[in-house]
Design a protein around this ligand. Structure first.
Ligand code: ATP
Ligand code: MG
Length: 538
């Protein structure tokens, strides 16, 4: 139903897609995977007609409609929730806007045009649009009180639901989503998994979240080597089989029959598991032909993330007294008393991600606390990775000039020095000279990590560090934090990250904090803490 033929895309010398042919079939859910910068978002933008390919074409079956959930969840911040949903039907929204503008400035001259527009609006059933949108929102768990709030004030996990409502508005035949699980908590991710598993139309979803991919995909579409290859089965199957393919390729001399037997055994085991999984029952899809023989070992690379401290901090790291933040009249957190010891790696945790983000924004001087105070130890220096990095990429600098902004000495301004940090994050040669404005979501985070490495701070603050990153980068990041000798405050929805890095949990609730030296796992499982948590959020 959706076909791509001879598609090529080139930016300067870099060939992103080379004569790609692919067909997406009705009713399947395709998980689009690939390294940061491989071209996933670009591919989706081409499908949606937002950008033109260098050559080739996209063919959507006539009469079918496609809609998109964008990777940037803050794009509609200045619109209301309801308007954001209405914007999902672009034609209808344009007609309504022109009509409203003309009414506001009514004269005999524009009466004719208004008449025309009204007719179009009628035909599209426009008068029901508001109530249709409101129903859709309510079905997705957004209650009516918030339909007229600005998107900027909406809790991130609910924001994604609004954007999903936007994408679903008008019941598209093909739903395209770029990293929908960013900014979501575990519970909402579970909700989305369920929603997609039961969604009947075609879905193309980009994600780096392997659990999510396994729960929703009937097919994996791997973008690598400038091509797109479909594999039936979920992410785990693709991953395991690509590892097996790489291993078999390394053992060139192994006999053909032995290889074949090993493959068959692998597929048999896998299919037996899939038959039992949620995806097989809810989407009623069985693994069709397993084309393992076409799987190529991937070209993904690991960045080298190493955080060093310019100097070690003394014993005073951070002292917080009575800190409070309010949003929309309600406390996000209050009575926060907290003393951070040297070497603490604190998981800052909350059911409401606005609370954790406000906490970091206050500690970094970007936001004023509503009560209380905090003091950084005089020997400390901080580096912060915010959840939203948009403001860092407003100016159109090359990556070398971008990173140079944080050089502290003449020596650090040197191109070779700056390039060293970019190179560690796999921007080398020409790649280091591209402009910040063209970077992919994951590449922006990689730049932000280069910046953090160059700052050589002794306290790191990380708000959802794994968002946008591919698995290779997440693994490297995770290991670097385990090995870091300084102190860390971090918030993540990545369980493994929280469990392997953190040694202390600080939970921010509207009624105070819970502060414990233990692992994340111990914290979640402790029945006394569970009871306490229930009380603190009520
Ligand atoms: N206009 C442009 N000029 C030059 N390079 C570009 C342009 N637009 C995109 N790129 C580059 O193309 C590559 C693919 O970008 P894209 O956003 O599609 O990646 P992605 O696969 O979605 O990555 P991520 O997982 O990080 O979101 C990136 O290296 C990006 O810097
Ligand atoms: Mg992307």
């Amino acid at each position: 139903m959706l076909t791509v033929s001879n598609l090529s895309v080139q930016f300067g010398k870099r060939i992103l897609f080379d004569e790609v042919n692919a067909t997406f079939t009705q009713g399947n859910c395709y998980g689009i995977i690939g390294a940061n910068g491989a071209g996933k978002s670009t591919f989706l933008k081409i499908l949606a007609g937002e950008i033109d390919p260098t050559s080739g074409q996209v063919i959507l079956e006539p009469g079918k409609r496609m809609s998109v959930l964008n990777q940037n969840h803050n794009m509609f911040d200045e619109h209301t929730v309801l308007d954001t949903v209405l914007m999902g039907n672009k034609v209808l929204h344009a007609v309504k806007k022109e009509m409203d503008d003309l009414y506001a400035d009514y004269s005999d001259e524009n009466a004719d045009r208004i008449g025309e527009l009204q007719m179009q609006f009628d035909e599209m059933n426009g008068w029901n649009a508001d109530s249709d949108a409101a129903t859709l929102l309510s079905n997705l768990g957004i209650n009516e009180e918030s339909h007229y709030s600005l998107m900027a004030d909406v809790e991130p996990k609910l924001k994604v639901r609004v954007l999903l409502a936007q994408a679903l508005f008008g019941n598209p035949d093909v739903l395209i989503m770029d990293e929908p699980t960013n900014d979501l908590d575990f519970e909402t991710i579970g909700w989305l998994e369920n929603f997609l598993a039961n969604y009947e139309n075609t879905v193309l979803v980009v994600s780096h979240d392997r659990h999510f991919l396994d729960a929703v995909c009937t097919h994996v579409s791997d973008i690598d080597f400038g091509k797109i290859n479909h594999y039936s089965g979920n992410y785990t199957f693709w991953y395991e089989s690509s590892q097996l393919a790489a291993k078999q390729r390394a053992q060139q001399n192994k006999k053909a029959e032995e290889k074949k037997a090993e493959l068959e055994e692998f597929i048999r085991r896998f299919s037996a598991n899939v038959a039992k999984s949620k995806q097989a029952t809810s989407r009623k899809k069985m693994i069709e032909k397993l084309n393992i023989s076409d799987i190529k070992p991937s070209s993904r690379r690991y960045p080298a993330i190493i955080f060093e401290q310019e100097r070690e901090a003394g014993d005073q790291i951070l002292n917080i007294q009575g800190l409070k933040a309010i949003s929309e009249g309600e406390p996000l957190f209050q009575n926060v008393d907290f003393n951070m010891a040297k070497g603490d790696k604190v998981v800052v945790f909350s059911k409401d991600s606005r609370a954790t983000t406000a906490f970091y924004e206050i500690l970094n001087g970007n936001l004023q606390a509503d009560a209380g105070k905090f003091d950084w130890g005089i020997t400390t220096s901080q580096a912060y990775l915010p959840a939203d990095n948009q403001s860092f990429f407003q100016e159109d600098l090359t990556l070398v000039d971008w990173l140079r902004q944080w050089a502290k000495t003449e020596e650090e301004r040197d191109e070779v020095y700056v390039r060293g940090f970019l190179g560690k994050m796999i921007f080398s040669g020409e790649e280091a000279l591209k402009k910040g404005s063209v970077l992919s979501g994951g590449e922006k985070v990689r730049c932000m990590i280069s910046r953090m490495m160059m700052l050589r701070a002794n306290v790191l603050m990380l708000d959802e560090p794994t968002n946008h990153l591919d698995l290779e980068s997440i693994t490297a990041f995770n290991n670097s934090l385990k090995n870091f000798k300084g102190s860390v405050l971090f918030t993540t929805h990545d369980y493994e990250f929280a469990q392997t890095v953190g040694n202390r949990i600080l939970e921010l609730t509207p009624n105070g904090v819970i502060d414990r030296y233990m692992t994340f796992d111990e914290y979640l499982e402790d029945p006394k803490i569970k009871e306490l948590r229930d009380k603190m959020y009520s």
